[in-house]
Design a protein around this ligand. Sequence first.
Ligand code: DOR
Length: 425
Amino acid sequence: MKLSIINGRVIDPSRNIDGNFTVLIENEKIQGVVRGKKTPEGYETLDARGACVTPGFIDLHTHLREPGFEYREDIASGSRAAAAGGFTTILCMANTNPVNDNAEITGMIVRRAKEVGLVNVLPIGALTKGLQGKEMAEIGLMVEAGAVAISDDGMPVMNGNMMRHAMEYAKTFKVPVITHAEDKTLSEGGSIHEGKMATKLGVMGIPAVAEESMIQRDLLLAELTGHHLHVAHVSTARGMEMIRQAKKQKWPVTCEVTPHHLVLTDEACLDYNTDAKVNPPLRTKNDCAALIRALNDGTVDAIATDHAPHSADEKNCGMGCANFGLIGMETALPVLLNLVHKKQVTLKRLVHLLTIGPSKAFKLKGGSLKKGAPADVTIFDPNKNVEIAPERFRSKGRNTPFARLKLKGEVLYTICNGKIVYHLK
Ligand code: DOR
């Protein structure tokens, strides 16, 4: 298909572009970005008047649940949710059943995603067999089968020596190691952030130090091994400050924050709202402010959703027994644009953190509209009024603390590898 996207505000932070341009697509590749309005012979036209045209969004952190937990999500429903959210490349975590700790599972995910054929799905392999923290997984074979990073996300790697050796091993295969930073001995039994809300609800808290102490350990291991550490879902001001200092010293470190940690606090858990139970937990206003500051000063490399679908039954119970996690791919854009509308981050910076930021962090294809790049494009109206309506989600999950919120911003089209994989009806 030859497509000419005209009249949009094209924002491509990878090339410092922001203005009225035409994006030309041909043969699954970006053909060029040209000033003004142009439709060459033989091109179809897509009118993006009033909308922003950006590289396709990249989500470094999702849970697609296949194999094993297809009642929560599967690769097809997760791919549809991604496309509806404007994401053209998503990475999926290994905490499936069986765990993605071997080349067979990695290969199955790659094949299944290709069959579904909507967005690019890149598997993350487990760091240890069965996420048990005891024996290292076959990192090399998984990388050969298509894994782009290694992580035991969902479970912390409690054994520092295991983490060290996994980082050294992963280094030989040139894939980042993602840390889910949590000291279980400090967090065990906790459901929400340790603070006034936990006391008020009478539930056990998870102290900030459970996360911070592990972030610090793993930063030190990044320095020691000289290997790329990526810190997932940073939720505390002090954890972020540690990363800032590590980066200042040029340690090989990147990090992500989630939309929910940027805009929600433990107040969202009021009335025992289990849809706000997530790991790491929602923290305080001070933490949100520090994370937003880090978006702006370059400490944060990417915004990632940690899309974590659960069934109604897994959430419809007491705070103590509900599963951790909330879904994020279909709510990310309006939630994040709210920060833009409140002038807490610029639109350009936000697009950076959803495109070239994650692409660079993990050396992925995409994230740019440069000539020859994959034709992955997201078109959204930043001002359209929307109400978050879980009943309309493509995801099988309904577990969101943003339900019924009135926001601005909606994805109009998602184009992946030159194909329109979503358009708003
Ligand atoms: O809230 C979370 N849910 N945090 C994690 O680390 C894992 C995830 C899940 O798999 O549900």
